[in-house]
Design a protein around this ligand. Sequence first.
Ligand code: ATP
Length: 288
Amino acid sequence: MITFEGVSKRFPDGSVAVDDFSLTIPSRSTTVLVGSSGSGKTTLLRMINRMVDPTGGRILIDDEDVAGLEPVKLRRRIGYVMQNSGLLPHRTVIDNVATVPILEGVKKSVAHEQALRLLDTVGLDRGLAKRYPAQLSGGQQQRVGVARGLAVDPNILLMDEPFGAVDPLVRDELQQELLRIQRELSKTVVFVTHDIDEAFLLGDQVVILRTGGVIAQAGTPAEILANPADEFVASFIGADRGKRSLHVDAEHGDLARGERVLVDGTGRVVGILRDEPGIASSHGAASS
Ligand SMILES: Nc1ncnc2c1ncn2[C@@H]1O[C@H](COP(=O)(O)OP(=O)(O)OP(=O)(O)O)[C@@H](O)[C@H]1O
């Protein structure tokens, strides 16, 4: 579990990216931070692994204040995936994935074998292992980025707009892969996006942010869709945007099992919302 307690971040130039932010991120589920540009999403994410330190408040991982943890060690035990994959251009795919485990003392042959298995996990052909990042498509690079994020078998995986730079079809594929991987591995995933459809598809908990890291609403996709907290949320989720608006289809899904179907404005099924105790609403997504 990750807990933000009254966290603020004022940068040296005086800009306040996050002001008094509190949130609990449950383990083994996906929390998505969604908001427009400048709402503080990246800053919040980076404070978890101390790439950025807060100027106020505390962040706890399983009740331990990260301020007391050594940043490099902390970063090595938390997976981090970013938009442009962040792969090292002069290292092959397999070396990119195996780098951190080797730094952590894993024998090269063992780290390579694990890296090959991770390529399987993220749906990449092992034949790509010896290629350099520039010899891969954008979608393949992102898969390698995810494999690298998983390489030290972290409990926590931070993902900063990881699918933001790929075309929509590849993006759909990567989203489905992440849902599958998450069903298999059950990591604590914190995912940043500005795309509300992506947030509802991937998030067990969705946190909609205004400027300054102010929480406009936090809840399961079903809760937010059923009861947008205010006009800002309603407009952000597209409740009034007709064609592409997402809504819960009350007629379909197995209500006895707490399932509801999430459809877009054209009637296309984009996901299944399954309410579980606590915050959880997990879903396998189906497409029509
Ligand atoms: N190093 C920095 N120095 C000064 N201000 C910063 C710094 N990093 C971020 N900010 C400011 O903090 C605010 C939040 O930035 P942040 O990158 O966290 O937002 P974001 O929601 O991730 O935006 P985007 O979707 O554009 O990446 C912005 O106003 C930004 O200009």
